[in-house]
Design a protein around this ligand. Structure first.
Ligand SMILES: [Zn+2]
Ligand SMILES: [Zn+2]
Length: 389
């Protein structure tokens, strides 16, 4: 089969590799019909997530058709149109029983790396380095999905391929971020980052009761989508002082809930950007924390900061004092999408949520290295390049 492989920092190539096979009785093989780029893939591409090996297949957000079913899989059959949650759960361990699927004790066959970094091993993720299981990703003709009865969902009638694709990753990530922000009716929610996940966090915030959503980014096309599609008020951080603008927009009290959809490659202006980027280049810290610091500082007293952006290790100048002295709650996690998929399908069927607009650049898998370049450089208003093997 054909697959987009990581060959080193900033090096991608489409290669012919062996087809995947059923390994365990709960596996299925999915023929991929659409697989999209995600912001977290850029951290792999840019070399910020260790334990990648040349030849690793990227991709974790995908739609496809079941073509082979393991002997112990129930509820799925050949020919089913399905999405797969990007973070793998087993369904049986203690975290999975609590519906904390990203903390699964069984889905990561290489537990040592995350155990060393984080104290305990984390669950597996498709196409997301050997620290997260070394699973081959979805930018390929076929993908093997473990624990299929837990992670694979049939797409109901009335939902298009372009809508369903994003229920794999971007929509449940945004929905999860809004959910753990503990939004109450009437709340003002500020969202840093207007990429796919940010857009979905904004819509989800409204679905969960927010009265106002304020979006922060620097790309005019993304801010326009946040305004037109997600109904947000928008701030361009290269044009305004974000903190002052948020104070002003909220009558001096600050947003009730702040959601960081940016992560470890945040950009900002001035000295902070130079400091963060230099230390990151010298490997003196792993995270550029501008967006998260801003969210923590802007959040109202007693509010919640929800962190969806990917962070990998250690951040310098982390404003712990603001968290303690303003009594903030900080929540985070990789998405446990298995919890939300059915609810999201219902929102789409009712017309309350339509993620299809995230798909800006459909292309062949053979053209995928170019798709990554467009997405990385934010060229041609690329929000999500989608590969069709
Ligand atoms: Zn993702
Ligand atoms: Zn589990």
């Amino acid at each position: 089969m054909r697959a987009l492989t990581w060959q080193g920092t900033d090096k991608l190539s489409v290669e012919t590799i062996p087809d995947p096979e059923i390994v365990n009785p709960r596996d299925v093989i999915v023929r991929v019909t659409m697989s999209s780029v995600c912001g977290s893939d850029l951290h792999l591409l840019n070399g910020y997530v260790p334990t990648m090996k040349p030849g690793d297949v990227l991709g974790h957000e995908f739609l496809g058709e079941v073509v082979e079913v393991g002997s112990a899989v129930t509820g799925l059959a050949k020919g089913d149109r399905v999405i797969t949650v990007s973070i793998i759960g087993c369904g049986h361990c203690e975290p999975c029983q609590r519906q904390e699927f990203s903390c699964c004790d069984n889905s990561n066959p290489n537990p040592a790396a995350t155990e060393l970094l984080y104290g305990y091993p984390c669950g597996g993720i498709f196409g997301y380095s050997h620290a997260f299981g070394g699973y081959a990703g979805s930018h390929a003709t076929y993908v093997r999905v473990p624990f299929a009865d837990v992670n694979v969902f049939k797409v109901p009638e009335g939902i298009s391929d372009e809508q369903a694709l994003f229920v794999s990753d971007a929509v449940p990530t945004g929905y999860f971020g809004a959910d753990i922000a503990d939004i109450e009716p009437g709340d003002t929610v500020a969202v840093w980052g207007c990429g796919g996940v940010g857009q979905m966090a904004m819509r989800s915030a409204y679905l969960l009761g927010a009265e106002r959503v304020i979006a922060i980014d620097r790309f005019p096309d993304r801010l326009a989508l946040a305004k037109d599609k997600a109904g947000a008020e928008v701030l361009d951080y290269t044009q305004v002082n974000v903190h002052e603008a948020l104070v002003e927009l909220t009558g001096g009290r600050g947003p009730d809930r702040c959601i960081d959809c940016v992560g470890l490659e945040a950009h900002t202006t001035g000295v902070e950007q130079v400091y963060d980027a230099t230390k990151q280049t010298l490997r003196l810290h792993t995270e550029r924390g501008a967006a998260l610091r801003q969210a923590i500082r802007a959040c109202r007293k007693g509010g919640t900061v929800s962190v969806l952006g990917v962070y990998a290790g250690m951040m310098d100048k982390f404003p712990m004092g603001a968290i303690v002295n303003k009594a903030l709650s900080v929540r985070s996690g990789q998405q446990p999408g298995q919890r939300y998929v059915q609810r999201i399908f219902e929102h789409i069927q009712k017309g309350e949520l339509d993620p299809a607009y995230l798909l800006t650049h459909p292309m062949s898998l053979e053209d995928s290295p170019g798709g990554y370049a467009l997405f990385r450089d934010k060229e041609q208003a690329c929000l999500r390049a989608v590969f069709m093997p």
